[in-house]
Design a protein around this ligand. Structure first.
Ligand code: ACO
Ligand code: HSE
Length: 402
């Protein structure tokens, strides 16, 4: 697979908030050959990177490495022998693009929390500027999951003439209140860690706020799983004898079992603190929380009114972070905007991260949609019940199925 891995300087960048930095660098990866009209932009999720595919390419255990390798590659759903696939690390992140841990050229020190607040709009405009730099005026499609799906719909809102097809997966026009509250608690875990130091913890003699970041991630990780899958996978059982608690407990606490689910969350949180920057976690969760498709317009449909391409909205039945009903509301707004829309509901009990780990379910409709739009063979359009009390099961999925 032909892969470019580069960091480009986009020069002075004005953020949505009005602040500027003298130079925004964007790290991106591109796969395949550009033929003028085959570009597909992939938008990564909260803690993802530009490294969307090619698991064997670098020796790293980082979970953000090749995070959609089952979906992107030669002969895969986003076929790199057919499409020129670009994925860029978003501003504010910590995987190469400029963010809080980058050096502020004015001080020679890391920006820390002097870095301007970032929004999903900033990510979209940075991607637009990157594509200009790469000589790509028009996109065949923009695809992304989770907050990457918000990034996708922001493309349809801001650059409706620059993209033919959009695929927001496990996404919504805005986060619900429960998720906002969990994100706020997660940020509090970071900012109350004594090592956080108002976001200036990058000195050689300083430790990062790893305890706060680990807690924040554990809250996030629970949001990405479902009640049923956690029950099935861990139940109430105690962790194996080899499991090691990663934080101290008291003598009374040691009387009770260290549970398998705790071990799982602890292990993954520790791994996460090795790969992600706490300030970036603050910045990117705020961008996600702040996102509101209707901002500046009367409604979501108004915000999307200029987009008349094809849209494949994909959702998962057990995703409570971005529910199937929120996805249906987004699909309805796209329908009202006269786009060709299919809402493909995947019956899965994995939860939100199903978009990362169920390539057999995600791949076929995605591949067929990229090829033929909403008329693609594996693309279905499900009717979703309106009620908050429903179990989100699709009533039928026949409109576009064979
Ligand atoms: C674009 C992006 O989204 S990049 C970020 C990717 N997503 C995340 O990081 C979200 C949180 N992570 C996850 O949900 C998962 O790790 C995923 C989605 C990345 C992968 O899911 P799966 O393939 O099902 O992995 P699974 O959850 O089984 O295991 C994850 C790790 O926990 C370990 N683990 C599993 N059970 C236990 C347990 N009881 N105790 C301790 N560790 C455990 C596994 O050995 C594995 O370790 P490894 O990463 O060192 O190989
Ligand atoms: N688990 C994914 C999706 C979060 O929305 C991530 O960490 O990026």
């Amino acid at each position: 697979m032909n892969v470019e891995h580069n960091t480009v300087s986009l020069g002075e960048f004005e953020f949505d908030c009005g602040e500027t930095i003298p130079d925004l660098e964007i790290t991106y990866e591109a796969y395949g050959e550009f033929d003028g009209d085959n570009a597909v932009l992939v938008c990564h999720a909260l803690t993802g990177s530009a490294h969307v595919a090619g698991r064997d390419r670098v020796d790293s255990a980082d979970q953000a490495r090749a995070w959609w390798d089952d979906i992107v590659g030669p002969g895969k759903a986003i076929d790199t022998t057919e499409y020129y696939v670009v994925c860029a690390n978003v501003p504010g992140s910590c995987y190469g693009s400029t963010g809080p841990k980058s050096e502020n050229p004015e001080t020679g020190e890391p920006y820390g929390t002097d870095f301007p607040p970032v929004t999903v709009t900033d990510w979209t405009e940075a991607q637009r500027a990157l594509l200009d730099e790469l000589g790509i005026p028009h996109l065949h499609a923009v695809v992304g999951g989770s907050v990457g799906g918000m990034n996708v719909i922001e493309w349809a809102k801001r650059h409706p003439d620059h993209v033919d097809r959009i695929v927001p997966i496990a996404a919504a026009a805005r986060l619900d209140t429960q998720c906002l509250s969990l994100d706020a608690i997660a940020r509090r875990a970071i900012t109350t860690d004594p090592n956080w130091n108002q976001g200036h913890y990058y000195g050689e003699d300083q430790d990062p706020p790893s305890d706060g970041l680990a807690l924040a991630r554990q809250l996030g990780h629970v949001m990405y799983l479902s009640k049923a899958s956690m029950e099935r996978r861990f139940g109430r059982r105690a962790a194996g004898r080899d499991a090691v608690r990663t934080f101290p407990t008291d003598a009374a606490g040691a009387f009770f079992p260290y549970r398998d689910v705790e071990s799982y969350l602890d292990y993954n949180a520790e791994k996460f603190t090795e790969r992600f920057d706490a300030n970036s976690y603050l910045y990117l969760t705020r961008a996600m929380d702040n996102y509101d498709l209707a901002a500046g317009f009367e409604s979501d449909a108004d915000a999307l009114a200029a987009f008349d391409g094809d849209a494949l909205v994909m959702s998962f039945t057990a995703d409570w972070h971005f529910t199937t009903q929120q996805a249906e509301a987004l699909a309805d707004s796209l329908r009202a905007a006269d786009a060709n829309v299919a809402h493909h509901v995947i019956d899965s009990d994995h939860g939100h991260d199903a978009f990362l780990v169920e390539p057999d379910n995600v791949g076929p409709p995605l591949a067929d949609f990229l090829d033929a739009g909403v008329d693609g063979n594996a693309v279905t359009d499900s009717v979703v019940e309106d009620s908050q009390e429903s179990n989100f099961a699709p009533v039928h999925n026949s409109l576009f199925s064979q």
